[in-house]
Design a protein around this ligand. Structure first.
Ligand SMILES: Cc1cc2nc3c(=O)[nH]c(=O)nc-3n(C[C@H](O)[C@H](O)[C@H](O)COP(=O)(O)O)c2cc1C
Length: 403
């Protein structure tokens, strides 16, 4: 790689500015958002995960966050989620963290408990709750838990409400999973506090109607997530970054969390030890009649991340239809976010970061891994030459037709 060449142009300079948090440097601000792949058996990493996540590091991502990884088998969304509820799951994760680090990405992992939204089918089966028909195929439903006995929507399981002892036990599971993630080599741990899963369900009045120390008013609804944050932070080495994904709004027609509520929580979360607030939205209800989700435009969480950044002073990540390098860079420059996370765009184009650098650059591939760049540079020059001569991929057939 030729490090003398800086292909970054003014339009994307803010995107390619490094960011150091707790002594760990992200080479630039574009990361891969956590995305469940439903490819694990018994929560174990296999070659699929290594290949899938590895290509993002090879593609130049500065941060790769492994998908929602269950801290407890009951906290899996589906039978095929990854897990870190057991020491046996560390070795596979170590391969991923090691590969990502070797190839220049900060290795991150999202720890999760799906709470009352657990025990469902994969999205390509509409994400519906598992039922007895799935049991016949070896994918039996399992009992789900939550703050209160309120299901996520019509036809969903009624969760059993955690008692004080079970809450303490579950905080221990968050800590144990975080320690395993550190043992595996991850340098950023994200707690999944969004999308209606366990942490979010304690925070939201839609799903938490408790009257003990963990519910009853806004402050008490924060207790469980804040206890988890404090316990995890105190178990992490100083150098490990702690991120927390929030749903900035519940997006339900009545009674859900507003941005003001979530900003207030985020302030407490930062005081409790969170370094990054990762901004998403929605998920508390799967009831289509009440779910009024945030409109999907470009950068659709940027108004929220901007507010959370202004109101917490924290480092803030933004996700949601970020597809263009200049768009990403301007989000950073404008103070809408410090880090941009890309999800589906990265699935479509794992080399997005390399292309983002090149799109405004000097036509070369010097910033790519030379295994790829040394082949792609000459190929690009050949393509340019052919374009000048007017030759296209279909020219050969036109010639044949004329014979
Ligand atoms: C296949 C898929 C799986 C996802 N899994 C997770 C997940 O594990 N954790 C999470 O917080 N968000 C998850 N999401 C949401 C993404 O992280 C991201 O916030 C969302 O796709 C919007 O960003 P995008 O427009 O760049 O895709 C998932 C999204 C997709 C498409």
């Amino acid at each position: 790689m030729n490090n003398d060449v800086d292909p970054v142009q003014p339009e994307t300079r803010a995107l390619f500015a490094p960011l150091t948090i707790r002594g760990t440097t992200l080479q630039h601000r574009a990361g891969v958002s956590p995305m469940c792949m439903y490819a694990a058996a018994d929560g174990m990493v296999d070659d699929f995960h290594l290949a899938h996540l590895g290509r993002f590091a090879l593609g130049g991502a500065g941060l790769v966050i492994v998908e929602a990884t269950a801290i407890d088998p009951r906290g899996r969304i589906s039978h095929h989620d990854l897990g870190l509820w057991s020491d046996a799951q560390i070795d596979g994760m170590r391969r991923i963290a090691g590969f990502l680090s070797t190839h220049g990405a900060v290795p991150g992992i999202q720890l999760a408990h799906a709470g009352r939204r657990a025990s469902v089918r994969e999205p390509w089966f509409a994400g519906a709750p598992l039922d007895e028909s799935d049991a016949a195929a070896g994918r039996a439903p399992w009992p789900v838990i939550g703050p209160s006995a309120i299901p996520a929507g019509p036809g969903w399981q009624v969760p059993s409400a955690l008692d004080a002892h079970e809450i303490a036990e579950s905080i221990g599971q968050w800590v144990a999973a975080a320690e395993r993630a550190v043992a595996a080599g991850f340098r950023l741990i994200e707690l999944h506090g969004a999308h209606g899963y366990l942490l979010h369900s304690f925070l939201s009045p839609v799903s938490n109607t408790r009257s003990d120390g963990y519910g009853g008013d806004a402050e008490r609804r924060m207790h469980y997530p804040l206890e988890v944050i404090r316990a995890v932070r105190s178990a992490l080495p100083e150098s490990v970054i702690l991120s927390y994904r929030v749903s900035a709004v519940d997006g339900v027609s009545e009674g859900g969390l507003t941005l003001d509520d979530v900003a207030e929580f985020a302030r407490h979360a930062v005081a409790a030890g969170v370094d990054i607030i990762d901004t998403s939205s929605g998920g508390i209800s799967v009831d289509r009649s009440t779910d009024t989700r945030v409109r999907r435009g470009f950068s659709f969480h940027a108004d929220f991340s901007r507010q959370l950044k202004a109101r917490t002073g924290a480092i803030v990540a933004c996700v949601g239809l970020i597809v263009d390098p200049e768009q990403a860079s301007r989000l950073i420059e404008a103070g809408d976010a410090d880090i941009v996370l890309l999800g589906r765009e990265m699935l479509d184009n794992p080399n997005w970061v390399h292309h983002a650098r090149r799109s405004h650059a000097a036509d070369e591939f010097d910033h790519w891994d030379p295994r790829f760049g040394s082949a792609l540079g000459p190929r690009l020059r050949t393509l340019r030459r052919l374009a000048e001569t007017g030759e296209t991929p279909l020219t050969r057939f036109a010639q044949h037709a004329g014979q």
